[in-house]
Design a protein around this ligand. Sequence first.
Ligand code: FAD
Length: 646
Amino acid sequence: MSTAVTTRAADTAAVEGDLGAALLAAFEGPHHQRRSAGRAAFPADGMLRDPALDMQQARAWTLERLHTLVEAGVGQAIVGVERATADTQIQSLIDFETVAYGDLSVAIKSGVQHGLFGGAIAGLGTPEHHQRFLADALSLRTLGCFAMTERGHGSDVASLETTIEYDPDADEFVVHSPRRSSAKTYIGSAAAHGELATVFGQLVVDGAERGVHCILVPLRDAEGRVLPGVTIGDNGHKGGLLGVDNGTIAFDHVRVPRGMLLDRFGSVDDRGRYVSSIENPNRRFFTMLGALVRGRICIGGGAAIASRRALSIATRYADRRTQFRHPHSEEETPLLDYLAHQRKLLPAIARAYALGFAQNELIEAYGTVSSDKDHDARAQRALETLAAGMKVLNTDFANAAIQTCREACGGAGYMSENQLTQLRADTDVFATFEGDNTVLLQLVAKGVLTDYREVWGGLDRLGLVQASARMVGSAVIERTGAGLLAERLVTTARRKGDSAAFYDRGWHAWMFEERERHSIDSLARRMRAADRDSFDAVNAMQDHVLFVARAHMERVVLDSFIAGIENCADGAARQTLEELCTLFALTSLESDAGWFLSHNRMSDARAKALRRQINQVCHDLRPRAIALVEGFGIPVDWLGSAMLAA
Ligand SMILES: Cc1cc2nc3c(=O)[nH]c(=O)nc-3n(C[C@H](O)[C@H](O)[C@H](O)COP(=O)(O)OP(=O)(O)OC[C@H]3O[C@@H](n4cnc5c(N)ncnc54)[C@H](O)[C@@H]3O)c2cc1C
């Protein structure tokens, strides 16, 4: 296949005008070519599922489509750490974005197989494991599961109850679920297809508990029969992702050879002793989880594609759908000419662009950190904080934006043939898996408040936050890379004070910074004053913690948008991106207008005028609405929306 030719073909189908093409190139930034090649290789025909399929049919269809993807060469970029380069690591993320152009059950089934099952082998295993298991995982010769969550513990991974106990006489591990709450649940590919699982549990060696580790455990034989000692259940019908066979797994003293432990970070040697290069158990635990960060980045990226698909459908529909005759003409009015409709869709498009630029930064950071064997703990910490924050922002946004798009299409939006209900049902759970969003925001706040190195001392979750509070005197917003330009703009805006114009980027950046800085400062003060042993005292600050995390992430996203515009060479695209960035910034400020008013960061008059300014930018952008969604790079055919074909 000639990638260059088909690349042009796929992107030409998505973009009719010059502005759309220039926006797409700017939006996809350093990975535009790579993403174009992904689109060209994507076997788009028949990649959207008939919503009328029942659960069993959907599961069979999904597995078959997964094979189609693999035959097309998509999803093959997972490599063991010894072979990882920035290129392979970035490619694995782009692959997941690409599969999200099709049915999301297929994307998640692929995510489980390649990203989670393959990713655990790649990230937690040694070169021997990579040699032995990875090729079969990627080619689908071995179908796999990622079995972490248990009935009793989902978000609290450290408290998993499954045991992995070393038996020195047999030189084997015994994997066991001691009680009902320790059974694995919601596990993708467990109910029907999984043959081998990466199972997380408490390692016990010579009677001593060594914390959570991961081991490969066979579930089914070559004929698909469940193996002795393994009990599989079916989670059954779900709120979405009908093609993924989620199930439960319980182990009754299942024996596996010592070599099945994925022991990159902690092992049992030939003499039956536990050995690890990381002495501190807390640090070892976080290092292991850190090696799995790719999954989280993928879920955010997949949610972003789903939002763009929905916005493409709703915007194209609103441009052609008319309601009510225009008072001064015989023509009826297109929905998108109504201000209310513009306010539904255009700020969402602006936010989709903003999040896309920030996701580009995250992808870049992942490529750098995960391929640098000598990266320091601080870089890893920064990556994990950014990945957690972007996962939350992208998935929250997807859920809100897809619902908005559904309503924006009226009754047609509710018809399955137009895809929006399917997208909404399938992305719903993105807010929960790969880390519940509320729990992840707490992780972001922890990352904001402290430096990772200072807290590897065996503290629990509350202790971590309290310790960090002791270290923070006055919040310093530390900007690097994409943020440096914003920092300069803030300095200029400060000099202008309240006279700065609404479209002054420096004023936006300054306000975003104020929201973050003030909320961190006040949280740190509250924490210093709190009783360190009081759950109630710390718990009472949880809403504040979440606000800090969101304020931080909004600022990071704006910084990325500003840097993305700076890299855009095309004049018309750059002007449009400037307007989109203003719309993103003003709507973010408007959503927290109460905070800005009550903290004297904005006058009454200015807060009121925000709404008028937003309306004006929406009005200005409306004639370019189709070009804006062309910049998302999704051909109309791929949207699979019957009302757009009519
Ligand atoms: C469709 C689907 C597929 C999945 N696939 C897999 C898979 O393949 N492999 C796998 O291992 N797991 C999988 N999961 C599990 C998923 O990762 C967990 O559901 C997720 O981590 C949340 O855990 P939980 O369901 O136990 O929720 P809980 O942790 O019980 O959370 C429930 C609620 O409590 C809140 N909460 C929890 N802790 C706190 C706190 N400290 N402070 C404030 N609020 C809190 C949360 O915000 C949430 O609203 C899947 C789940 C689903 C639904």
